[in-house]
Design a binder for this molecule. Structure first.
Ligand code: ASP
Length: 440
């Protein structure tokens, strides 16, 4: 018999009725034994996530603005009391909220405050399912440098084996200082993956509000197809490039154990969703490209120098300049006498671009150095590309037919992706052209 871990995201925890639907989903399959939850998210456009309200509470507490704190905490209270009302049972929410408020006001800290949405949501889910609540601080441990302590899996395995079923709050664990510590935003996905690995689940089900991963952003390509299966590696490439169904770090715990992830839609539980697996099993003839993702806001700094290829240490000196400024780069396409560095604009604000170009000029004395700003990177990802001759020809013919000028090309060495740099304003047209070539 299999063992499944289900993680319900913010929209699947947004109100009492949807929590009752989640409970039905869990109860419909006896293999669904461990449940991880996010804090209640948005119920409608313009609504505020509970986690955002809690960050505001923490901010008001830190600046000593008690009036503001009371106002925002009242909203948190109203959200949870409303959930209890919709569920139609006394779940002890009011007393739990009083306790949380007292702890925040006695200085429990920002991460403690932010984590209480998950804490309260998990208590509610445990009461609805009538199964134990296990706090994440009991086994999810961070090291002093803020990274996850591998000990977590051992502790989690031992602790959770004592419970046949349990509900665990997502998004936080215990820091090296003994205080509550959160993951980065959206980190409930990482908690679900940690629980799945700790109990060596046969499947990690991630319940959200879409029916899986789409071949590209449906806001860019109307009616685009969903992907039935993708590999951990493809997922990593696509989420890094902006496809944000799952937190990009959430695959690490399950990947090493080969536990598949299934993305499922709470609002359409009958849909098959997307399976994220270790190795590619689809027919590579039929599935050349798995997905396309794009991100705007990059700059390419290009250096040209005759005989660059014979100058030992050239690239090292250029990288030394950005390293000194704490800047990392995305891509480094190069030719015999040219090289370019593609960098996220976030690093280049407030004159940093000019400073590093000047330092590069001094360090390597190029014949020419120039920056191309406002570049979008579009990644076409798929294991099938390596096995199908002519894939890049199809891709570039499609882009040229659509009149899109390509500024940069980079193909990952595993032949898993082809990345092109285009003008920011061509990003959507570029994704549409590639989609139409490979999927339509
Ligand atoms: N509630 C947290 C957030 O809004 C974590 C999560 O939902 O996964 O970022």
């Amino acid at each position: 018999m299999g063992l499944k871990v289900c993680k319900f995201g913010g929209t699947s925890m947004a109100d009492g009725n949807i929590i009752l639907t989640d409970a039905k989903i869990v109860q419909a399959d006896t293999e669904r034994r461990y449940v991880v939850v996010s804090a209640p998210g948005k119920r409608f456009g313009g609504d505020i996530k509970v986690t955002d309200l809690l960050y505001r509470c923490s901010g008001a507490f830190e600046t000593g603005d008690r009036k503001q704190f009371d106002e925002v905490f009242a909203k948190v209270r109203a959200r949870f009391l409303n959930i209890e009302k919709e569920i139609g049972k006394d779940l002890g929410v009011s007393a739990a909220l009083d306790d949380v408020e007292t702890q925040i006001l006695s200085g429990a800290g920002r991460d403690y405050c932010a984590s209480r949405g998950e804490f309260l949501a998990a208590r509610i889910m445990a009461a609805v399912l009538d199964i134990p609540f296990v706090d994440a601080t009991e086994f999810i441990r961070f090291k002093a440098d803020g990274t996850l302590d591998e000990e977590t899996f051992v502790l989690g395995g031992k602790l959770l084996s004592k419970y046949y079923r349990a509900v665990i709050p997502g998004f936080y664990g215990l820091g090296a200082d003994g205080k509550v510590k959160t993951f980065s935003r959206g980190g409930g996905d990482i908690s679900g993956s940690i629980v799945a690995r700790s109990v060596m689940a046969s499947l990690y089900e991630n319940w959200t509000d879409v029916s899986g991963f789409y071949a590209c952003d449906p806001r860019i390509v109307n009616g685009c197809k969903s992907i039935p299966e993708l590999t951990y590696q493809e997922l990593r490439e696509l989420s890094y490039m902006g496809a944000n169904v799952l937190h990009s770090e959430s695959i690490f715990p399950v990947r090493s154990a080969g536990i598949p992830i299934r993305i499922c839609n709470t609002f359409r539980p009958e849909d098959a969703g997307t399976y994220i697996v270790k190795s590619f099993t689809r027919d590579s003839q039929e599935c050349v490209v798995t997905g396309i993702a794009g991100k705007k806001g990059f700059t390419a700094i290009t250096l040209e120098k005759s005989m660059m290829n014979t100058e030992v240490g050239f690239v090292e000196k250029v990288l030394g300049v950005i390293g000194k400024h704490g800047i990392s780069f995305e891509h480094l396409p190069s030719g015999i006498d040219t090289m370019s560095l593609v960098i996220d604009n976030e690093y280049l604000k407030d004159g940093v671009l000019q400073t590093i170009m000047e330092e590069m000029r001094i360090a390597v004395r190029p014949d020419k150095i120039y920056a191309h700003e406002n570049i979008a990177l579009v990644a076409t990802v798929g294991h099938g590309m390596a096995k199908n001759v002519g894939t890049s020809a199809r891709l570039f013919t499609a882009l040229s037919a659509a009149g899109i000028n390509v500024n940069m090309i980079d193909q990952g060495s595993s032949e898993l992706n082809i990345i092109v740099g285009v003008e920011n304003e061509d990003c959507a047209a570029c994704i549409n052209a590639i989609y139409n070539e490979f999927f339509a």
